[in-house]
Structure formats: structure tokens, C-alpha cells
Design a protein around this ligand. Sequence first.
Ligand code: SF4
Length: 318
Amino acid sequence: MKQLYTYGRYLKQKFHTKVSKLPIGLSGFTCPNIDGTVAKGGCTFCLNDSFSPNLAKNADKTFLNLQSKSNPILEKQLQELDTQIVETRKKMRSEWDTQKFLVYFQAFTNTYAPFDTIKTLYDKALTYDDVVGLSIGTRSDSVTDEVLEYLVELSREKEIWIEYGIQSIYDETLERINRGHDALNAERAIRQAKAKGLNVCGHLIFGLPGENQEMMLNSAKAAYEWGIDSVKYHPLYVVKNTLLANEYKAGKFEPISREDYIDTLVKAIALKPEHISIQRVTAGIDDDTLLAPAWCGLPKNKMLDYINKALMKEGWVY
Ligand code: SF4
């Protein structure tokens, strides 16, 4: 069996030790697709303040955007950053034997804030012991030239990644999920980041409304051609209190089956150039916020077993 080229292997080869992504979610960050700058409500599958009663309780929080002139919660954000890095690093060291870390700004759109805030947070994250770099989750319409140039500067000394949600290359799909940008926007952002020498991870979703397998594989092929260095594959699942949940309940959306997802995944991997590392082969949630499909609530190990069984038929293992 041939071991697939995973992101973990990439990092191990580069740093000669185990490196893990350390996820961070800070107050004050939101998304232009939620706050009304691009659209309101966000992507139809996204659980956010607009549709979640729990999150709405925090509606008096300060949210930043690209036009924010000041940041009254910077100290709070730095405190949160410190707590999350220190606590998660300790846990990862003891549970996974991780030696080095990439701080992963994960929740919402992590370049959607004034430059000074972004710079302060990124700089601070890079001061911690054993932090070798950053991975920044964001949208392709939300990275200013100033931020991009700063990431390029940081990348001279550190391991710097940008993660863009591509999801699909079909504009009709992107409209249907209220993505708020078209495929060309994602392509341009990826090509621009690559032209500047940055590392780019692209996120793809299989099972989007109205898509057949050919479309899903075309999206994967295009993302590879645009130059991504790493890929995350996700199935689309329905979370309660989202726009997608309404579509699902109204019978307007049918989730992808486990068999179809795995078949698409294996075919997408077969099309993938060898040098593109794989960061994720599935996603799910194991709490009662999941509405459908039920298989997205399977324990991760169980799901990986199913995926590996399918991959083994091709002579691969994840
Ligand atoms: S871009 Fe991300 S954070 Fe923004 S609405 Fe879509 S899924 Fe939610």
C-alpha cells in the first residue's frame, strides 16, 4: 500500500519532528458575508450569529472589519490568544507528543480586521516557544495587499500558510450557498498568493446543492491547477439553525450519501498531483447540532476506516 502524501508528512519532512496545527478562535472576528458588507447571513451552511440563538446572546460584542479605525478589544484578544496557545499547546504536547506548532487562526475570516490588529496578533503568536509558523483561514475577497505583503515578509523566516475556501468552481452553486464571491475571485487570490511565494491550502466541499460528481471533480481539478499546495476535502452537512437546515427541512436539499462522498473523494485524490498534500479527507460533528446526514456524526476513526477501505482498493492508505 502506498501512503498518501498528507500535510503531517509534509511538516515532518520539513521540520524533522511532529508539527501540529494549534487552532485559535478570537473574539471580535466576523466575516464580511455575515456582517452585511458582502451579504448578511453568511454561507447557507454556516452557523453564525444570524441564525444561532446561542451565539446571538453575544450580539453586543464588538466586531471588527477592514474599515475599523480602532480596536477596543485588542487586549482581550491578546489575552485569549495567550490562553489558547498555552493551554492547547500543553494538551497537544501531552496527548499527541507534538513538538512544534503552527498557530491556526481558524474561526471566521482571520484577515478581516484592521492591519494593526492583524499584525499585532500574528506577531504575538510567533513569539511562543516551538511555534514555527501560522496558518490563516480566510476568504479570497478579504485579504488586503498590506496583509498579503506582511505574510510574505513573515514567510522569509517562518512557515506561513493561507487557507482559502474554494468550495466549488461553479458560480451558480456559489450563489445558491450565498458564498458572496465567485470562483474567479478565489482563483485570482490563490494565483496571487502563489505568485508571491506563499503556501496555500484550498478547501473543497463535496455534496453542495445542485452538484453532481462531475462538477465536484471539476472543482478539485481546477483548484489543483490554480496552484494550491495542500487540500482539505469536506462533505456538506446540515447544522441546525442554518439557512441550509431550512432548505433541507423544505425538501430542497438532499445531502450526499456516505458512499457517494467516499467515491468522489477517492476519484478527487486520483486526479491530484502528488506534490499537493492532503490536510483533511472528511468532516463532521458528533453533537446534537447535526441535522443530516447521520453519517457525518460517525466517530472520526470509524469514518477513516471506511475511507481507508475504499483507498486500499486503489493501493493507497491515508
Ligand atoms: S465565509 Fe466562512 S465564516 Fe463567512 S459565512 Fe461563509 S462559512 Fe461562515
